[in-house]
Ligand binder design. Sequence first.
Ligand code: AMP
Ligand code: ZN
Length: 115
Amino acid sequence: MDNCLFCKIIRGEIPSKKVYEDEYCYAFEDIAPVAPTHILFVPKEHLSGACEISSENSAVVGKIYEAIAKVAKQKGLDGGWRVVANNGADAGQTVFHLHFHLLGGRPLGVMCDNI
Ligand code: AMP
Ligand code: ZN
């Protein structure tokens, strides 16, 4: 996608701090981390969000989770970690290229405490 921030990062047109890459996904440090480890995992194929996951493309999600587990081990997040995928404006999605936040390195508290 020409005008997508994360597609531009994948193509190297916008700088990023790369953490991991394979044929399916690219991972880089979040520019505004909310935890000591805050890494974004994005599929190389442009999907606008989790809402576009289908039987045709869902294999990439498994590949991304494999990468997440590998990186979490490498980063020593043995006390625990969390994966978040915001989908849509109400969930706080601001970049409309599917991405998974890997968060760890501190106690993360209860999730969704305002539901
Ligand atoms: P979300 O709110 O779930 O769409 O997450 C988008 C994330 O992208 C936020 O955590 C931002 O801090 C992060 N972000 C935005 N621009 C960049 C960038 N140029 N490099 C790295 N992370 C970014
Ligand atoms: Zn994109």
